[in-house]
Write a protein that binds this ligand. Structure first.
Ligand code: G
Ligand code: G
Ligand code: NA
Length: 252
């Protein structure tokens, strides 16, 4: 409850900030996009992880305001970087409550207009367990997709969902959960699972992004299996905008 009040203040007094983690084309090594990840610089507790405060925000209605702030701030930032490289994509995490908010499609449209961010370079990430193959979910995804926005399923392979959903969801990217990537070299049967996920994604016309790549061997194996994109500490941890600008020469 404490945290909830603090979180409301945080939003109003600029204590939230975004870090950006690059997504890399595994074959060329070129930058594809950034995933925006929210952080909270708490005046007393220091840096609080989203794993702690996003669930708090989700229990209240705060997640809608935080989510909108994240989307707008990230679009403005990457739009600035487009002056240097106009191909950079942006991935933003969407929580279940945002997704179910009837105003969400209009909100995304408004943010794209206000920030003049190109819709085709925005990817919205939802987790597997959020998705049901109900017509309402599909309608929301489709409505936002008609703007040109892309959709990704995050943490794929860890949620409690049935594979049959995937056949009905108009999704552009599958993100392979980092638990698979991390065990691929130490536990060879995991390689078969990863290979199967990649084949399935590709057969469904989805592009693949592997999460949690920490070693070159993982990257090579994923690439060999047909996974085009990856993110992880091998390339970069999530960094504040200023550090991203230095590392990727994005200052204008
Ligand atoms: O970056 P980090 O590993 O600390 O993130 C922990 C979790 O918080 C991740 O699962 C991530 O998806 C989630 N998260 C980070 N930023 C956001 C955000 O802006 N919105 C939502 N809904 N979740 C986020
Ligand atoms: O659930 P989601 O994919 O949004 O989580 C992203 C989180 O994963 C980020 O908070 C980031 O800190 C963490 N992360 C990113 N790359 C790596 C990695 O290579 N190894 C580990 N252990 N965590 C990572
Ligand atoms: Na994510």
């Amino acid at each position: 409850l404490m945290l909830e009040n603090d979180l409301r203040d945080a939003l109003e007094t600029d204590q939230l900030l975004l870090h950006y983690q690059p997504v890399i084309d595994l074959e060329t090594g070129l930058l594809k996009s950034f995933e925006a990840l929210v952080r909270w610089k708490h005046p007393k507790l220091g840096l609080v992880s989203p794993a702690e405060f996003i669930p708090v925000a989700e229990r209240s209605m705060l997640i809608n305001d935080i989510g909108t702030w994240v989307l707008e701030t990230a679009c403005r930032q990457v739009k600035e970087w487009h002056a240097v490289n106009s191909d950079i994509g942006l991935a933003v995490n969407v929580s279940i409550r945002q997704f179910r908010n009837p105003q969400f499609p209009d909100l995304v449209k408004d943010v794209l207009e206000i920030t003049e961010y190109p819709a085709h370079l925005l990817i919205l990430e939802i987790t597997e367990s959020m998705m049901q193959d109900d017509w309402e979910s599909i309608r929301i995804i489709d409505e936002i997709r008609t703007l040109g926005v892309k959709w990704a399923i995050d943490d794929f392979g860890t949620g409690y969902s049935s594979l049959s959903k995937l056949a009905f969801l108009p999704i552009d990217y599958l993100k392979i959960d980092r638990s698979f990537t991390m065990e691929m070299l130490t536990h060879p049967p995991m390689q078969s699972i990863v290979q199967t996920i990649i084949d399935m994604g590709r057969n469904l016309d989805m592009e693949l992004i592997a999460e949690g790549i920490e070693e070159a061997g993982q990257s090579l194996l994923l690439q060999h299996y047909g996974c085009q994109f990856g993110q992880g500490y091998l390339f970069s941890k999530p960094l504040p905008a200023e550090e991203i600008e230095q590392a990727y020469c994005l200052t204008t």
